[in-house]
Design a protein around this ligand. Structure first.
Ligand code: ADP
Length: 942
C-alpha cells in the first residue's frame, strides 16, 4: 500500500474549497493546531519547572519522561494536522495519528503505573491509609487544640507565650484574670510594661533577653509580686525559650504558680522551728542547771560520807556507807555525762586546737585505763603506726574523752582477752593527716541490728547489760558528737560474742614540732640485739614493730623458756648478751622467774632486763628491785617511755634532765631538828609539807591562815615559818607584815625566818614576798630538794642558827622510792611521776598526800560551789587557787589549767566565767579522785 495514495479519502476540494473560499477558516485551523501543539509541549515543561521548585516532591526521571511523551504525542498530532493543509496526504495523517494514539495510550497506561510509584503510593489501599492517617492527624490536632485550649482556660497557674520582643502572644485565662482584664485576647500584643512598674518590667525584660540569648531555662524562680487586687503575693516562675522547627528562637513561654500559701506555711514552720530550737536549748540549759543543782548536794553527800567513813565504824556500817559512796559516785558520773551531753546538744561544744603529741596523748590516756584492764586480767595494748606524724593541732581533752569512752567500754564489756588501740595513717594531704583510730576488744560484741543505734543517746545494745555493767548510754552519743564536730566519722563493726571494733576517722592538721622535740627516729639503737617475750601475740607484734622501727635486731618469743634459749643463741652468735624485754605475767614461767633464772646463771647474769608489769600488783616494784631488774614499766608502755628506759638501761644516751631529786646527797635534812610553823590552807599541801619536814626530823605546827599564823607566832617559838601567800581570813603577805611589825615592836631583835610558799610563780612575786619581810621563797608544788636547799641556805646564811641539840634524822624512806623515768604507774589526769618527784619517790609521803588530796579535792569543790551560789568571789578565788596548787602537786595539768582560768576569772570578778568552767573542774576532780582512790587501794594492798 502506498502511504501517500490519497484515493478513497474525502475529496481534497472539501478542504481546498474551504481554504479557497474562506482562507481565514484555513488559517484558524492552522493557528489553532499550532497553539494546541505549543500548549501540549509547554505542559510537561511547566510541570517539571514547578515540581523542581519543591524540594519535598521528588519524582523519578521516568515520570517526566512519560509526562513528556503524552503531551508531546498529543502536540505532534496537532502539528501534523496543521501540516495537512499544505500536504494533504491522508494516509500519512492517519499513520501519524495512529502512532500518536499508540504513544499516548501506552504513555497513559505506563503513567498510571509509574505515578503511584513516583508518589510512593503502593496501592489504593495504601492511598486510603494515607488519607485515613491524615484524617486521624487532623482529629488529633483538634484534640490537642482542645486540650491546650482547656488547659489555657482552666489551669490556675499563669501560662503565657511571648515573642522575641516580650510581647504576649498567647495567655491563659488565669493570666488574664491575674492581670485584671476580661479576656486573654486583650493581653495579646501587650508587654509587662503595660501592667507592672517599670523597674520590674525592666528586670523581667532583661531576664528574658538573656534567656533567649543563652537558651538557658529559668526554673522555679521565686519572686514577690502584686496581684491585680493589690495583694502582695509570691510566684514561682519557670520560663523556657520557644523554638521553631528549624531551632530558631521565636520567643519564650512561661508558667507561674502562686506559692503564697506555701511561703506563709514555710514562715510559720521557720517560726515553729526557732521556737523548737529555743525550747531544746532551754531544755539543755535546764538539764545543765539541774545537773548543777543536783551536784551541789551530791558533793555534800559524798564529802560527808567520806568523812564518816574515816571515823570508827563497825564493819557493816562501813560496808553500807561504802555502798552509799560508790552509788553517789556512779550517780555523779551519770550527772556529769548528762551535763556534758546537754552542753553538746545545746551547741556549746567548742573544740580547741592545741599542739599535741599524739603518742603521748594516746599513751597517757591508756595509762589511766591500764590498771582497770589489768585488774580484770585483760591485756591493753596500743600502737600508733610508725608513719603517723607525731605533732598535731587538736583538742586534747575531747580526743582523750572519746578514747577513754571507747577503751573504757571495751574494758567494761570484755571479760577476757585483749583490748587493742591502733592508730593508722589513712591519708596525708599537705599539712593535714587523716587518722584512723581502731579500738578492738574480745568482749561480748554487739548484735547487728544495734550497730547504729548504740550511738544514739540513752541507747544500749542490751538493756540487761546495764544492770551488770552500769552506764547511761550517753558515752557513745557524746563521742559521736565530738567526732562529728571534728568533721570525722565513727562506726562500729562487731560480732556478737566475739568482740567489737570501734573505728573513728578524723582529719587533724599537723602541729608544730617543738624546737627541743626529740624524734624517736633520732634514736641510735641500730643493730642492738633484743629479745622480747610476751604470751600475748598482739603485744608481741606491736613491740616487735616498734623496736624494729628503731632498727634493733629483734627476736620475739612467746614464753620464758624460749626467751632463755634466744638469749643463749644471741650470746653464741653475736658474742654479746641481748637486751631482754619481758612481760611480767606469763603462763608457766613468769617474767620475774625468768629474771631470777638469768641472774642466777653465770653466763647470762649481766643481761639487761626491762620488765613490763600490769601494775595490778603493787609488790611488782619491790620484786623488780630485789631481782636487780634494770627498769620496769607499766603496760601499756608509751613509745617515748620505752625509748627512755632502753637508752637509760643501755647507757646509750643520757636521760633528758634527770629529776634533780634523783641526785645523790639531797636526801639529807637541814642540819638539826627545827620547830617549823607551816601556814597553809590547802590540805594536801599541808600534809605534804608537814610530812616532808617531819621525815627530816623537824617538829611542825600547822596554821591554816595568816591570822592563825600570827596567833601561833605570838604563843609559840618557831625556827622557821613556811608561809603560803594566798589564804582566807588573812593572806601570807599581811601575816608576814604583821609578824615583822610585831617583831620590831618587841625590840628583842628576834627575826624568825619566813619562807614563802606560793604557786604564783610570776615575775615580781619574789620581790613582793621579800618586800614584806620574807626571807626566801619556794614554789608550789613543794619540791623536796628546793625546800631542803632553802632550809640549808637559811642555816648557811646565818639567818637560822645551828643548834646541836638534835641529830639529823636521815631519810630512810628513799629505799622505797621509785625512780621516776622508769615509767611505773602513771595516771590519766595525774602525772604520778610529778607526784612522786614531789615526794622524792617516797611512797609513804605519797600516801599521805594522796589521802589528804582525796579530802581536799572534795572539800574544795564543795566550797567552790557554795561560794558560787553565794556569789562570793574572794572565796571562789581562794578555792580555785588552792585547787590549782593541789593539782600542781599531782602534775594534774588539766585541772591546774582549768583552776588557773577560774582563778583569773574570779580575780577579775567574772563569776560567770568561773561558773562556766566549774563543771569541767568537777569532772576533772572526780576523775582525779578516782585515780587517787585506785592509787590508795594499790598502796594499801602493798
Ligand atoms: P554506756 O556504756 O554508758 O551504756 P555508751 O554510749 O558508751 O553507754 O554505750 C552504749 C552501748 O553500746 C552500751 O550500753 C553497750 O550496750 C554497747 N557497747 C559499747 N561499747 C561496747 C563494746 N566495746 N562491746 C560491746 N558493747 C558495747
Amino acid at each position: 500500500m502506498n502511504l501517500f495514495d490519497t484515493s478513497g479519502f474525502p475529496p481534497r476540494w472539501s478542504c481546498g474549497w474551504a481554504w479557497a473560499e474562506q482562507p481565514w477558516v484555513g488559517w484558524m485551523h492552522i493557528l489553532s493546531d499550532l497553539v494546541i501543539f505549543a500548549a501540549y509541549f509547554a505542559v510537561p515543561i511547566v510541570v517539571m519547572y514547578f515540581v523542581r521548585q519543591r524540594n519535598d516532591l521528588k519524582f523519578p526521571p521516568i515520570f517526566y519522561g512519560f509526562l513528556g511523551l503524552i503531551f508531546f504525542s498529543c502536540g505532534t498530532v496537532h502539528l501534523v494536522e496543521a501540516g495537512i493543509f499544505w500536504w494533504p496526504v491522508y494516509k500519512l495523517s492517519a499513520v501519524a495519528k495512529l502512532v500518536t494514539a499508540v504513544f499516548s495510550a501506552s504513555g497513559v497506561v505506563l503513567l498510571a503505573r509509574v505515578l503511584p510509584l513516583a508518589l510512593e503510593l503502593k496501592s489504593g489501599a495504601a492511598y486510603a491509609a494515607l488519607v485515613d492517617d491524615r484524617r486521624k492527624t487532623e482529629a488529633m490536632l483538634k484534640r490537642e487544640q482542645f486540650l491546650l485550649g482547656t488547659m489555657m482556660k482552666t489551669v490556675p497557674d499563669l501560662i503565657y507565650f511571648k515573642d522575641t520582643h516580650s510581647r504576649f502572644t498567647h495567655v491563659s485565662d488565669s493570666f488574664a484574670r491575674f492581670m485584671g482584664v476580661d479576656t486573654p485576647e486583650s493581653v495579646v500584643g501587650r508587654t509587662d510594661y503595660d501592667y507592672f512598674p517599670k523597674d520590674f518590667a525592666d528586670e523581667t525584660r532583661a531576664e528574658e533577653v538573656e534567656l533567649m540569648r543563652t537558651r538557658e531555662p529559668m526554673i522555679g524562680k521565686e519572686e514577690p509580686e502584686r496581684s491585680a487586687a493589690g495583694e502582695q503575693i509570691w510566684l514561682s516562675s519557670t520560663k523556657l525559650p520557644l523554638l521553631d522547627e528549624s531551632g530558631e528562637v521565636i520567643g519564650l513561654f512561661g508558667l507561674s504558680r502562686d506559692i503564697t500559701p506555701q511561703k506563709h506555711a514555710a514562715e510559720v514552720m521557720e517560726i515553729a522551728k526557732e521556737a523548737a530550737e529555743s525550747a531544746s536549748r532551754a531544755k539543755s540549759d535546764f538539764l545543765a542547771n539541774m545537773s548543777h543543782e543536783i551536784r551541789t548536794p551530791m558533793n555534800a553527800i559524798m564529802g560527808m560520807t567520806e568523812l564518816v567513813l574515816d571515823t570508827d565504824l563497825t564493819p557493816s556500817q562501813h560496808d553500807f556507807l561504802s555502798i552509799v559512796y560508790e552509788s553517789a559516785e556512779t550517780l555523779l558520773s551519770v550527772i556529769n555525762e548528762i551535763l556534758d551531753f546537754s552542753k553538746i546538744e545545746a551547741g556549746k561544744l567548742e573544740l580547741t586546737a592545741e599542739d599535741i603529741s599524739l603518742r603521748d596523748e594516746v599513751g597517757n590516756t591508756l595509762k589511766s585505763l591500764g590498771l582497770r584492764a589489768h585488774t580484770k586480767g585483760i591485756e591493753l595494748a596500743w600502737q600508733v603506726h610508725a608513719d603517723v606524724p607525731e605533732h598535731f593541732l587538736a583538742d586534747p581533752v575531747r580526743l582523750r574523752q572519746v578514747l577513754v569512752n571507747l577503751v573504757g567500754n571495751a574494758i567494761k564489756f570484755t571479760s577476757e582477752g585483749e583490748v587493742v588501740v591502733e592508730v593508722t595513717l589513712e591519708k596525708m594531704q599537705s599539712d593535714v593527716a587523716r587518722l584512723h583510730f581502731i579500738v578492738s576488744d574480745t568482749g561480748i560484741g554487739i548484735a547487728e541490728h544495734k550497730l547504729d543505734s548504740v550511738f544514739d543517746a540513752f541507747e544500749q545494745a542490751d538493756q540487761s547489760t546495764t544492770r551488770q555493767f552500769g552506764g547511761t548510754g550517753l558515752g557513745l552519743a557524746i563521742s559521736k558528737k565530738i567526732i562529728q564536730a571534728m568533721n570525722g566519722r565513727i562506726w562500729v563493726e562487731s560480732t556478737l560474742g566475739k568482740g567489737s571494733e570501734f573505728h573513728f576517722i578524723v582529719e587533724l592538721p599537723l602541729g608544730e614540732v617543738p624546737p627541743d622535740g626529740t624524734s624517736l627516729a633520732d634514736l641510735d639503737l641500730s643493730r642492738i640485739p633484743v629479745v622480747i617475750v610476751d604470751d600475748n601475740a598482739t603485744n608481741l607484734r606491736i613491740l616487735t614493730e616498734v623496736l624494729q622501727s628503731w632498727n634493733m635486731t629483734v627476736q620475739a618469743v612467746a614464753n620464758a623458756p624460749a626467751a632463755l634459749e634466744a638469749i643463749h643463741e644471741t650470746l653464741a652468735s653475736e658474742g654479746e648478751l641481748p637486751l631482754l624485754i619481758s612481760d611480767s605475767q606469763m603462763p608457766g614461767m613468769d617474767g620475774f622467774t625468768l629474771a631470777e633464772k638469768i641472774r642466777a646463771s653465770d653466763e647470762l647474769r649481766e643481761t639487761v632486763i626491762i620488765i613490763l608489769t600490769s601494775g595490778a600488783h603493787s609488790s611488782d616494784a619491790i620484786r623488780c628491785r630485789q631481782l636487780g631488774i634494770n627498769a620496769h614499766m607499766m603496760k601499756p608502755a608509751k613509745q617515748s617511755e620505752l625509748q627512755q628506759a632502753i637508752t637509760r638501761v643501755l647507757g646509750r644516751r643520757p636521760l633528758p634532765s634527770r629529776p634533780a631529786a634523783e641526785k645523790a646527797g639531797l636526801d639529807r635534812p637541814a642540819g638539826r631538828s627545827l620547830q617549823i610553823l607551816v601556814v597553809e590552807d590547802g590540805y594536801a599541801n599541808q600534809k605534804l609539807a608537814m610530812a616532808l619536814l617531819e621525815k627530816w626530823g623537824h617538829q611542825t605546827t600547822l596554821a591554816e591562815n595568816g591570822q592563825q599564823a600570827v596567833d601561833a607566832w605570838r604563843t609559840g617559838s618557831f625556827d622557821v615559818i613556811l608561809m603560803d601567800v594566798q589564804m582566807p581570813v588573812m593572806d601570807g603577805l599581811t601575816a608576814t607584815r604583821t609578824i615583822r611589825d610585831l617583831e620590831r615592836a618587841s625590840q628583842t631583835g628576834k627575826h624568825v625566818p619566813i619562807v614563802a610558799m606560793t604557786a604564783r610563780a610570776m615575775k615580781g612575786d619574789r620581790e613582793k614576798c621579800l618586800e614584806v619581810g620574807m626571807d626566801d621563797y619556794v614554789t608550789k608544788p613543794i619540791q623536796r630538794e628546793e625546800l631542803l636547799n632553802v632550809l640549808e641556805s637559811l642555816v648557811s646564811s646565818g639567818i637560822l642558827s645551828e643548834h646541836d641539840d638534835a641529830e639529823p634524822t636521815s631519810d630512810t624512806a628513799t629505799g622505797q622510792g621509785i625512780a621516776s623515768g622508769q615509767g611505773t604507774a602513771s595516771g590519766g589526769l595525774i602525772d604520778w611521776n610529778v607526784a612522786r618527784k614531789n615526794v622524792q619517790g617516797d611512797e609513804e609521803i605519797l600516801k599521805v598526800i594522796v589521802e589528804a588530796a582525796l579530802d581536799e579535792f572534795a572539800k574544795l569543790m564543795a566550797e567552790l560551789t557554795a561560794a558560787m551560789e553565794a556569789g562570793d568571789a574572794p572565796t571562789a578565788l581562794r578555792c580555785a587557787h588552792t585547787l590549782k596548787s593541789t593539782a600542781n602537786t599531782f602534775g594534774a595539768t588539766l585541772l591546774q589549767e582549768c583552776s588557773l582560768a577560774m582563778e583569773t576569772d574570779a580575780r577579775s570578778g567574772d563569776l560567770d566565767g568561773v561558773r562556766e568552767r566549774q563543771p569541767e573542774a568537777e569532772r576533772l576532780c572526780q576523775q582525779i579522785l578516782m585515780e587517787l582512790k585506785d592509787r590508795l587501794a594499790s598502796m594499801d594492798s602493798n
